[in-house]
Design a protein. Structure first.
Length: 382
């Protein structure tokens, strides 16, 4: 019981003191492990175990990721191949419809798309041939505008006459699809079909010379120059003449560049061939000496102007020999030998020179009487 005047103890501390009794430890109690007990693993063993476990887990993750990426790449490749196969199949299925509808622009677009694929689509060359054949079989079509039932009160304006091969209904106005013709010309130039391109462009010019004038003229110039270059490199003399004709046409549409020089040399060459065929060796020699100032090798080595000139000198010398003029013959043989050394020609030259030296001209008149002004009379020689 609390005595009077004595402070009342703190109830909280009292309760704490009751419930928080310190355990009693006997001095003879030993806290060390009892002999015979097994001790747990050390710190190093636990660290090694954790490292090995983490490494195995990381390896499993990496292998799983690699396997997943490989599988994904394989599936992506399969998807891309399947997509390309579907695309090719769709284009090939639609091409017959384009051919039936004579839709040359769409047909050319599909063929161009197929030509860019890898691996190559094996039927592309046949499709290009089909497109070309479609163009050849097609003609310029005209869409007639049906005239109104009531005659106009104003006289119709004079329109440009259509090509003679275009169908025109009586009293109707002909409307041409010039855009389609221009697209055809561009397609033919893309495939190096310059003759077909020129035909389409020429049709546009005949129908309406003002339509896309700069584009049409530029394409015409390109087609003419490209085709002329092809003919200049042909081994046929007939192709050379055609190349010169195309060069003349190309000049009407703009600058022709190197074609001017090609035309000059071709002109010389054809003239040389013509005069040689006529047996006019003097003109042939003159032309050959002129063209040699520009070049000596022509048409990729097929023609050597030095060799042609050598032969002309020899043949010209032979004609003098046959005409009993060995001095002139020797002169022509010497000119030939100035180009090439040739034993046969050397022998001809020596023989002609010997014959020339043996000819001693006998004067028919003597000059013993002087004329006024220094001239002398001619007295018959004895």
């Amino acid at each position: 019981m609390q005595q009077p005047g004595q402070a009342c103890p703190n109830p909280i501390r009292w309760e704490t003191a009751i419930h928080q009794e310190s355990p009693l430890i006997r001095p003879d109690q030993d806290q060390s492990p009892v002999a015979g007990d097994v001790a747990g693993p050390g710190c190093i063993a636990w660290v090694l175990l954790l490292v090995v476990g983490f490494g195995c887990a990381l390896l499993i993750v990496v292998l799983s990721a690699a396997a997943g990426w490989t599988e994904g790449q394989h599936r992506a490749d399969q998807t891309a191949v399947a997509t390309q196969v579907i695309f090719v199949r769709e284009q090939l299925e639609r091409i017959p419809t384009d051919v039936a509808n004579r839709n040359q622009i769409l047909l050319a677009t599909r063929i161009a798309a197929l030509a860019t694929l890898t691996p190559a689509v094996p039927v592309v060359p046949q499709l290009q041939t089909t497109a070309t054949a479609l163009y050849w079989n097609s003609q310029i079509t005209a869409t007639p505008v049906i005239p109104p039932t009531v005659a106009p009160t104003v006289a119709p304006m004079e329109t440009q006459s259509a090509p003679t091969d275009a169908p025109v209904l009586p009293g109707g106005t002909v409307v041409y699809d010039l855009a389609a013709l221009l697209a055809e010309a561009q397609m033919h130039i893309t495939f190096a079909e310059y003759e077909e391109a020129r035909e389409a462009l020429d049709a546009i010019i005949r129908i309406d010379s003002t339509y896309q004038q700069s584009t049409v003229r530029g394409l015409m110039s390109l087609a003419l120059i490209a085709q002329a270059n092809q003919f200049y490199r042909s081994p046929s003399d007939t192709d050379l003449a055609e190349a010169m004709r195309l060069t003349d046409l190309a000049e009407q549409y703009g600058p022709i560049g190197d074609l001017d020089y090609e035309r000059l040399i071709a002109d010389y060459y054809l003239d040389i061939q013509r005069v040689i065929a006529l047996g006019n060796h003097a003109d042939a020699i003159r032309l050959l000496n002129t063209v040699r100032s520009y070049q000596t090798i022509y048409r990729g080595g097929l023609v050597n102007f030095n060799e042609l000139l050598f032969n002309e000198y020899v043949v010209y010398g032979d004609t003098f020999n046959l005409g009993s003029d060995p001095c002139q013959a020797a002169a022509q043989y010497n000119l030939a030998l100035s180009l090439y050394t040739n034993a046969v020609v050397q022998q001809k030259r020596d023989d002609a020179q010997t014959a020339c030296d043996l000819i001693t001209p006998t004067p028919l008149w003597s000059s013993d009487t002087a004329y006024p002004g220094g001239w002398t009379t001619a007295t018959p020689a004895p």
